[in-house]
Design a protein around this ligand. Structure first.
Ligand code: ZN
Length: 413
């Protein structure tokens, strides 16, 4: 574990120089070896030689999920098949699976990034790490395992589900840290890493309080190695992503243009070192923002904020773009309400209306009218819309193990 370096360079300036050198390599590698990228760049008249500064990245055409599906399975392959040592794929519930392929160097880079994540989360070789997420074609189980072994922790590959078995393993093997998508309340635990699902500050605080654990958000997706490409540090002021391997840009999802530093938009990611499957300006559909300045922990890797939603979930209401994550923030600041909500959008006689349904807290002494007006005022001041607020009793709104549907757009009749 002692040999895990957070970064190959020590200043932001050196990091930028390294990024430029690697960006040039990655673009040339993609152009010279992948027909798909060569055609796209030729179509807009750009060649690898046009990349002279980091800002030149905007000259490159973007890649989207639809194109990724069109190139299934091996259309982005940039190395010979003999150099590919591993395949992963996502479930493909909404279409073709998203496939990822790795050279041995890609696996080694991924493993090192994961090890950095564990280090940032304050784990040590003494920790015992339970991997309670899916193995198999999924990137998650295999990725967390790979990184944990590189880091030097005792790894307990339970996979997902079967709560009784999870608890038995925790007690018998003395698990101190776990990666899971749901939570298990047990005392020896001190670290919980949450994967994939968007989690509000309030929900995280509640988990931390209930379980007395420290909670970390890890990021990643199949298209970009898998999880483990970034995590929040002990300062919990944003998620560090590893900028010696990636460039993240934030664009306006509607216009495709870059937004000013610090503003919300869609994350567009470019890989800098990936051999088997380079990704050039990939539109992730994740909505977040970059956080300016260096983190108080001293790590030079830049930070993104928590993911507030997906471009697919964006609601357009009275010419305002609203992301579900913004509603999470409003509710976590409003008195007397819980974290669950529903938004219903209706159109009557050509006029759009928004109903925001929220639950009372179990233990509030506020009246429904007081809660209602506080939520309405916060929606107006923070987001710029005035919904009809409906307060419902505690635990009335549906909850599910998987992603809960919260937005009901009834305007398209
Ligand atoms: Zn930090």
């Amino acid at each position: 574990m002692s040999d895990i370096a957070m970064s190959p360079v020590s200043t932001e300036e050196e990091l930028a120089r390294l990024q430029l050198e690697r960006l040039k390599w990655s673009v040339a590698h993609a152009y010279n070896n992948v027909e798909f990228y060569r055609q796209k760049m030729d179509a807009v008249g750009v060649t690898p030689d046009d990349i002279r500064t980091l800002d030149d990245i905007v000259k490159l055409p973007m890649t989207d999920k639809y194109e990724l599906r069109q190139t299934y399975p091996f259309g982005l392959r940039a190395v010979p098949f003999k150099d590919i040592v591993r395949i992963h794929a996502s479930s493909g519930t909404t279409g073709k699976r998203t496939v990822a392929y790795y050279s041995q160097k890609d696996i080694d880079d991924w493993k090192d990034m994961f090890a950095r994540c564990y280090k940032l989360a304050g784990l040590t070789e003494e920790d015992r790490f339970q991997v309670a997420v899916g193995y198999g074609l999924w990137t998650a189980g295999a990725g967390f395992q790979l990184g944990a072994e590189r880091f030097g922790m005792m790894t307990i590959p339970t996979g997902p589900g079967n709560t009784d078995m999870q608890i038995e393993m925790m007690l018998d093997f003395g698990t101190t840290a776990i990666i899971c998508t749901s939570s298990y309340a047990l005392f020896p635990l001190r670290t919980l890493i949450l994967g994939s699902e968007r989690s509000s500050d309030q929900l995280r605080a509640r988990i931390a309080e209930l379980l007395d654990v420290e909670v970390f958000d890890i990021i990643g997706m199949t298209e970009l190695y898998g999880p483990g490409i970034g995590i929040d540090c002990l300062a919990h002021q944003g998620i560090h992503y590893f900028a010696d391997h990636f460039i993240f840009e934030i664009i306006d999802p509607l216009t495709g243009k870059p937004v000013p530093m610090g503003e919300q938009g869609e994350i567009v990611a470019t890989t800098l070192t990936r051999e088997a499957m380079p990704m050039i300006r990939y539109r992730t559909r994740d909505l977040s923002r970059l956080i300016p300045g260096r983190c108080s922990c001293g790590v030079i890797h830049p930070r993104q904020d928590r993911i507030v939603g997906r471009t697919d979930d964006m609601i357009k209401f009275h010419a305002v773009n609203i992301f579900p994550g913004q509603i999470d923030v409003v509710l976590s600041n409003a008195p007397g309400v819980g974290t669950e909500y529903q938004v219903v959008l209706r159109r009557e006689r050509g006029r759009d209306s928004m109903i925001l349904r929220v639950e009372r807290c179990a233990d509030t002494s506020l009246t429904n009218e007081e809660i209602e007006s506080a939520v309405r005022d916060l929606m107006k001041s923070r987001i710029g819309v005035t919904p009809v607020v409906e307060i419902v009793p505690y635990q009335e709104l549906p909850r599910s193990e998987r992603k809960t549907k919260r937005i009901f757009d009834e305007r398209e009749a």
